[in-house]
Design a binder for this molecule. Sequence first.
Ligand code: SAH
Length: 250
Amino acid sequence: MTISPPILFVGAGPGAAEHLTLGALDALRAADVVVHDRLVGAEVLALIPEGTRRVDVGKEGFGPSTAQADIHAVLVAEGLAGRRVVRLKGGDPGIFARLDEEIEAITAAGLTFRILPGLTTASVAAAAIGQGLTQRGRNTGLRIVTGHVMEGFAEQDWKALARPGEVAAIYMAKRAARFLQGRLMMHGARPETPVTIVENAGRADQCIRAATLASLAASAAAATGPAILLLGLAPRAAIDALSQLSEAQA
Ligand code: SAH
């Protein structure tokens, strides 16, 4: 009986090669097969050695996707064949990436695993706008939430999210933007609450849109690539420019 190496669940970061960990790079170089998502950036995919087999199990919100059961079947088959399998996921594999379901499937088949964490989009998006995700005196916690679940838009603790100073990184939120706007305002969030939309975070085509809760739906609709919403955060550059303007006017 062959003893299969552990399946490696590896975080690719949001796209740029510079956000990949050294551990992830080593894993990619040593793999026999890389099973990856659509959201893994081209720069990262380019680091997979040429002879290594790749299986694209891309998932797109509301769009065509590989059934989760088929992904499990690929991982199990490759693992049981004794191959070194890297399951490469965008960002961090433990955040909105169905990690537990895949672990359950492979462990049920007698396979073992290791998780190599990656930079999650929230970290890279906050860095892109020059902000910390927490700040003394502003927010003592950070919420990581999703805009949608399998059944539709996700319900959240709106009252808590609507409090002034609250910061949330909202994944999969483009289509839910109008819903989020409505729910938050209904629970008392101020229309001028900053919300920043970071599209293609960390990639060459990164696009930052500074909005407020009032303008959120329109701004989010303009994004065509993967995007994250940072509720409660405005780009630092915009704040600095505004305060310089008001100083100049004073
Ligand atoms: N595991 C990933 C999240 C997967 S859920 C992580 O830790 O980042 C998919 C969602 O992540 C997308 O809908 C989008 O909201 C966000 N996302 C992933 N890559 C992104 C990128 N490069 N720029 C902006 N948002 C991204």
